[in-house]
Design a protein around this ligand. Structure first.
Ligand code: 26Y
Length: 765
């Protein structure tokens, strides 16, 4: 794909300072804007920090610039809200336990059409623009795909001028920072709010109470039988709002993150008794709820604090929605006309029973009316078919932590069972399989499918798997509920911000409409064979590879060879994603090089890995270790050293992805077919012109249909083959091992005697 660069050509490629959405906006206006922005920044420095442009610290400069941007977005937000309220527009609420936002500064400049101006201002002041970027802590409030999808959606919805609020948790510590020490992952806390986050606005006046534990009692009052939740523990939910602006948008999205706090006057009783320790324990318990993002993203067993986190998010959000709705429209019965709720996998599922609770206990609606409202408001997206992610909550714990919500879930379950019994009078097994509470567990996935209007899969293949496997019985009962809207990514961040040079090249050929609408990229088709276009593309790829090399050199002290092919696998570390398969491939190459003096590759290759492993996922961590050991191995041999290199890039996060993806020649998407729900990294790499090596899994299948076999190279069994192998019970990996010399050799020469041997020992290092 990439040709050899010439410095002459590199110099002729501009670096993407073209984002001026209004073409009528000519020289004078641009100049005016530049001086205005400069004044605003100067003013902020003076008023907030008592500094001037000359003596501001890096931190202060960043804050002042970010404030100037925030002002513009907030002003637009005020207008958008007024319009929304006046017109009574319906709003989307996107509930997610994760939002992997990344840095916001440059992205916001691009989306406001002001990048060029800000660059000019910084040049005028004599302040390096890159240093500004570097000052920003990134909001890494997510593990991977599910969280990044949530962030991309906020950008896209705002770009479409559609009103959306994302609701999440303001984790004090986000995704851990990964350090590689002696080849192994170590975790360092991500203290991202230490200096305070410039984008967020605390709205303490809008705080709400969330209740845990205690007991429920039925009480007869003048209005009949009511349920009273008594002796509960109160946790305060304090909202923090972050504005998110889409491209040239008039309707900024809001990301509302809840922080858990202890009530100001808490447990007066213990205090009066002088039980200071108990009081502090309660404070700690309350605050622990939003303390940290759980890094293992697909296992919930045994993690009761997680249940507290999820209920905290769900209940704070539902109370907030009802309160806002009543303020605007007065009547909770119109909720489904004004609000639609999307729940991002099962984490926020308790929003369903909690809205029932509010409607019944606080708004005095009857069960049927409440259920009718709730069942018209919720939609659920599933993001994984991994069995462990279907785990459920232990019933007794659920009941004691959330007694009122438990009673409501039981009632939903009871009524749902009645329907099941009618539909399958003789099939007790099926009823047990599909019910919400069974075998001493509360299954929130079944709750979502039973109640929600739509159940979405994130690619066509995943949608089919949900219908034929994961939720097969539900599909028979509710065929109309199931949809499959394939994931997407925002080209604003993953092309315009991450790869400005390529973005500009595309603009030069088809205009800038694709920044708003990806389908416009089809118009590049006539240039598939254009020598000039391809040459320019190759030069840009080369620039990006050098940029990545400098970045990696600076951060990790590793020298990459930008002239080699960059073959990249960047994603969470998981067995199903098969980083191990890539390592076996590298060992296979190593054996060929070392065993045969004439073995050559067309061009030297650098294999780049970037991945975080969940701290408790021992096997995933061993694979990281193995990658680092193999890196040393190939480097230590004179024959391989000049042909293949392996580098593990530390601390994969949004910022690293923005450097890495534009620099990739080959994108590795090699999961076991049927395991990767969609993948979105696959799309980001393709958008930046890497060819894909992949299996027929997730959205790769659809990418294959669109880009054809010249651009995506497919291998291995398909999802159906793997299903068949599974059901026939014929898969025995040892057979492959015994039959295939290459596999045997790749595994290393020394056999572990028993159990675990460090990979370095297996490879004789
Ligand atoms: C245990 C349960 C609460 C749970 C925990 C984590 C369920 C799901 C998850 C996370 C799933 C996830 O990140 N899935 C990824 O979602 C991306 C966006 O849809 C997909 O592209 C990707 O294939 C999938 O692995």
């Amino acid at each position: 794909m990439t040709g050899v660069s010439s410095s002459h050509k590199e110099a002729s490629i501009k670096t993407g300072e073209f984002f001026v959405p209004d073409s009528k906006d000519k020289g004078v206006q641009v100049k005016n804007r530049i001086s205005k922005i400069k004044n605003v920044i100067e003013g902020k420095l003076k008023r907030y920090y008592g500094r001037s442009l000359d003596n501001a610290s890096k931190e202060e400069m960043f804050q002042a610039v970010a404030m100037s941007i925030r002002d513009i977005i907030l002003e637009r937000g005020v207008k958008a809200n007024e319009t929304m309220e006046k017109r009574g527009l319906k709003k989307l609420c996107y509930l997610s336990a994760e939002f992997l936002m990344g840095r916001a500064l440059v992205n916001n400049m691009i989306n406001l059409g002001l990048l060029k101006e800000y660059r000019a201002v910084m040049a005028e002041i004599g302040y390096p623009f890159e240093e500004l970027e570097e000052q920003e802590n990134e909001a890494a409030l997510g593990n991977g795909g599910l969280g990044r999808l949530a962030a991309c959606f906020l950008d896209s919805l705002s770009t479409l001028n559609l009103p959306v609020t994302g609701y999440g948790i303001r984790y004090e510590y986000g995704m851990f920072c990964q350090r590689i020490v002696e080849g192994q992952q170590t975790e360092v806390p991500d203290d991202w709010t230490a200096q305070g986050d410039i984008w967020e606005i605390e709205r303490r006046a809008e705080q709400l109470e969330v209740h845990f534990d205690g007991t429920v009692e039925e009480v007869w009052t003048d209005h009949g039988l009511t349920i009273v939740h008594k002796n509960y523990q109160t946790v305060m939910a304090v909202p923090y709002d972050m504005p998110v602006i889409g491209y040239d948008s008039h309707v900024p999205a809001t990301l509302r993150l809840w922080r858990a706090e202890c009530p100001a006057v808490f447990d007066l009783h213990s205090f009066n008794k002088g039980d200071f320790v108990c009081m502090l324990q309660q404070k700690e318990l309350a605050e622990s709820i939003s303390k940290v993002l759980y890094p293992k993203d697909d296992h919930i067993i045994g993690r009761m604090l997680r249940l507290r986190q999820y209920y905290f998010l769900a209940s704070a959000t539902m109370q907030c929605l009802v309160r806002e709705h009543k303020k605007l429209y007065g009547d909770v019965r119109t909720l489904p006309e004004k609000v639609v709720i999307q729940i991002n996998d099962i984490h926020p599922a308790l929003a369903i029973p909690d809205l029932m609770r509010i409607l019944i206990d606080e708004e005095s609606l009857g069960w049927d009316d409440a259920y009718d409202i709730v069942s018209r408001m919720f939609n659920y997206t599933n993001h994984t078919v991994m069995q462990e992610a279907m785990a459920a909550w232990p019933e007794q714990l659920f009941k004691s932590m959330l007694p009122r919500v438990y009673a409501i879930v039981s009632e939903i379950d009871e009524r749902f069972r009645q329907r099941l019994l009618k539909a399958y009078p003789d099939d007790r097994d099926k009823t047990a399989q599909m019910s919400i509470i069974a075998y001493d567990e509360v299954r929130t996935a079944n709750l979502c499918v039973a109640v929600c209007r739509k159940v979405n899969g994130v690619s066509q293949l995943h949608g089919r798997i949900l219908k034929t496997r994961t939720f097969r019985d539900f599909y028979v009962m509710f065929p109309g509920k199931f949809t499959a809207i394939t994931n997407g990514i925002t080209q604003r961040r993953w092309l315009a911000a991450a790869n400005p040079a390529l973005c500009e090249l595309i603009c030069d050929h088809i205009g800038d409409k694709f920044i708003r609408d990806c389908r416009e990229l089809e118009r590049l088709k006539p240039f598939v064979d254009s020598r000039r276009f391809l040459d320019d593309f190759a030069v840009i790829k080369q620039i990006n590879k050098k940029r990545l090399s400098e970045y990696v050199q600076k951060r990790q002290g590793i020298a990459l060879d930008a002239a080699s092919v960059f073959d990249v696998q960047a994603k969470r570390l998981h067995e199903y994603k098969r980083q191990l398969l890539k390592v076996l491939h590298i060992l296979y190459l190593y054996r060929h090089f070392t065993g045969n003096d004439h073995y050559v590759l067309p061009r030297p290759v650098t294999f780049l890995f970037a991945a975080k492993a969940s701290p408790a996922y021992w096997r995933a961590k061993s694979i990281i270790h193995l990658i680092n050991v193999v890196s040393t191995l190939v480097e230590s041999h004179p024959r391989t050293k000049d042909n293949i290199r392996v580098a593990f890039l530390e601390n994969y996060n949004v910022s690293l992805a923005e450097h890495l993806i534009p620099a990739a020649d080959i994108s590795e998407q090699i999961s076991t077919a049927g395991c990767e729900a969609s993948g979105t990294g696959n799309m980001k790499f393709m958008l930046n012109g890497a060819v894909t090596l992949g299996t027929m899994d997730g959205a790769n299948v659809e990418i294959f249909d669109r880009v054809g076999e010249d651009n995506i190279f497919i291998f291995g069994a398909g999802a159906k083959d793997i299903d068949r192998i599974g059901t026939e019970n014929t898969y025995n990996p040892k057979d492959y091992f015994d039959r295939n010399e290459d596999i045997r050799e790749a595994r290393g020469r020394q056999r572990p005697v028993s159990g675990y041997l460090p990979v370095s020992v297996v490879w004789g290092l």
